[in-house]
Design a protein around this ligand. Structure first.
Ligand SMILES: [Zn+2]
Length: 131
């Protein structure tokens, strides 16, 4: 997919619709039932590469107890460009992000958790050894 396709200008009504959306801030932090949380999400302008500030990012979507799905638009006033993206967050720390070209990338927003059981067993063992 060429850059020119991704950077095609959007219609005024589309721009207006995006402008009237909630700021990404209103969804943050995303806190799941198991305590996993995401405090910050950002988007890079696909034209100039600058990191957009929270007030320049619009979002829509839903946050559920175990996952969240957000569509995100980064607005760059310098470039007069809106960069669309999307993110799927799961409570196990994994995430999927969609770049402006529509490709999904798997990633993580949190370290993979070591199993709690093993940690508990180990601390019991070490206590026994010390005694
Ligand atoms: Zn820009």
């Amino acid at each position: 997919m060429s850059d020119s396709v991704e950077r095609k200008t959007i219609s005024d009504s589309e721009a207006e619709r995006i402008h009237s959306m909630q700021n990404l801030d209103t969804f943050l932090p995303v806190v799941f039932e198991n305590g996993s949380r995401v405090d910050k999400l950002t988007i890079i302008c696909s034209c100039c590469g600058s990191e957009k500030q929270p007030e320049e990012i619009k979002a829509s979507g839903s946050v559920l107890p175990h996952s969240a799905s957000l569509n995100i638009w980064g607005i760059c006033y310098e470039c007069r460009l809106i960069t669309p993206s999307a993110v799927r967050l799961r409570d196990d720390g994994s995430m999927l992000t969609r770049d402006p070209g529509g490709n999904w990338t798997e990633g993580r927003y949190a370290e993979e958790k070591k199993t709690g059981v093993w940690t508990a067993v180990k601390s019991i063992i070490s206590r026994l050894i010390v005694k």
